[in-house]
Design a protein around this ligand. Structure first.
Ligand code: FEO
Length: 408
């Protein structure tokens, strides 16, 4: 059965939802699923913007055929070649062999790399600022390199103001009937997963997202709707969501607050992390989240590391090193280019306590614009009353340093 939603008079969502996939990109858990969005324009000519993941191909085909209602598909605009959006190109070519393809030079190069038989089609190579008319609707193309692969472009429909934004402004969570962000309580129910999507998938490429935002700012008056390849479509409060993207891509914390991530083998480092959380709350900062690094998927930790201004790393020493799962978290932060955070360190070791110095050196050697507080809580196996002073000094230092944080 077809399952479509109308975006504007002439544009339809023809995508699909996926609750079967457990790991997005075979790495990130998606307990609430994901959507693969593609869109059909009915004008003098018929146009499909992107396809979907292979697993959703049949649903997409049914949707497109329903919307076309017997008309042939004449154009396929390929904004992004990653297989969660491009895997069904070949099926489109088989069903509509005369379809003309529109993409960037790099897009066509990647299509050939993935083995699609694009060279049997008429391929229209476009670049930044080019326009193309399908009848009443003229679109313009804006290149978006490294958001999040080298080849993406976004396409702006100048008639209805729809920005087909590729991965930009996407999110985890299947649409499940909803289509527009204003149909849900987005801040309460979706924002965390939008942040987790952006920071883990595109977090490394903040400057490239910034470049795209600057280009979008130049045509902002023309953008009425943002239609991403994953998640809900935006037709209201666009600037609220754009501001979130601006924060994430500039590595500016959204909130003053503390993410405490602990690595604890027998509960003693956990106990110290909890004692620190209480001290910080007593001093007036209650925006605190405490996570066990061993049972929190790193994609959630990364999302919270992008959200909060302060990160406490509390780790046991393990084989004279940083606890391996904590090291993975640090390494993910490095890979995703996280910067501009205040870091506090809690270390534990029953002998030869090394984790604090090692975490500090790793951050200093590998990350930019991180402030590591001088105060540190060092434990020998467990937190004892004689460490009260150190505990209090660290909590005070965290709270005091909040005043230097900007969330603008
Ligand atoms: Fe959802 Fe970069 O693909």
């Amino acid at each position: 059965m077809y399952n479509v939603r109308r975006i504007t008079d002439d544009i339809w969502w023809c995508g699909a939802n996926d609750h079967r996939l457990h790991l997005f990109e075979n790495i990130h858990p998606i307990p609430q699923g994901v959507s693969y969005n593609c869109y059909v324009l009915l004008d003098e000519h018929t146009v499909l913007f992107d396809t979907v993941d292979w697993s959703a191909c049949r649903q997409m085909i049914e949707n497109i055929q329903h919307v076309l209602n017997g008309r042939p598909l004449e154009y396929l605009v390929i904004n992004h070649l990653e297989p969660d959006h491009a895997a069904c190109i070949e099926e489109i070519l088989l069903l509509w062999p005369d379809v003309k393809l529109i993409s960037t030079e790099k897009g066509f190069m990647l299509a050939r790399q993935f083995g699609f038989t694009v060279d049997n089609q008429e391929c229209i190579t476009v670049k930044e600022g080019d326009t193309y008319s399908f009848g009443k609707h003229t679109v313009t193309f804006i290149e978006a390199p490294m958001v999040h692969w080298p080849e993406p472009m976004v396409t702006l429909d100048l008639k209805d103001g729809v920005l087909f934004s590729a991965d930009a402004f996407g999110s985890f969570i299947a649409n499940d009937g909803k289509m527009f962000a204003d149909e849900v309580n987005y801040e309460r129910d979706y924002l965390d997963e939008a942040r987790r999507y952006l920071t883990n998938i595109v977090g490394k490429y903040g400057p490239h997202v910034q470049l795209l935002l600057k280009k979008a700012a130049g045509v902002l008056d023309k953008i009425k709707i943002i239609a991403p390849l994953h998640g809900l479509v935006w037709r209201k409060d666009l600037m609220w969501f754009i501001d979130k993207y601006d924060h994430w891509s500039r590595y500016v914390p959204e909130e003053k607050g503390v993410l405490i991530v602990y690595a604890s083998m027998y509960g003693n480092t956990e106990s110290a992390a909890q004692a620190l959380a209480s001290r910080i709350c007593e001093k007036g900062m209650s925006n605190i989240k405490v996570c066990d690094v061993s049972n929190t998927h790193v994609s959630y930790l990364i999302a919270d590391a992008f959200k909060y201004s302060h990160i406490v790393l509390a780790s046991v020493t393990y084989n004279l090193n940083i606890y391996p799962v904590m090291f993975d978290f640090l390494d993910e932060m490095r890979m995703l280019n996280l910067q501009n955070r205040t870091i506090a360190i809690v270390e534990n070791g029953s002998w030869a306590c090394k984790s604090g110095d090692l975490m500090q050196k790793y951050i200093e050697d590998n990350m930019k614009d991180m402030t590591i507080l001088n105060e540190r809580l060092s434990l020998a196996s467990s937190l004892k009353p004689e460490k009260e002073g150190e505990l209090d000094a660290l909590a005070q230092s965290i709270v005091d340093s909040m005043k230097d944080v900007s969330t603008k």
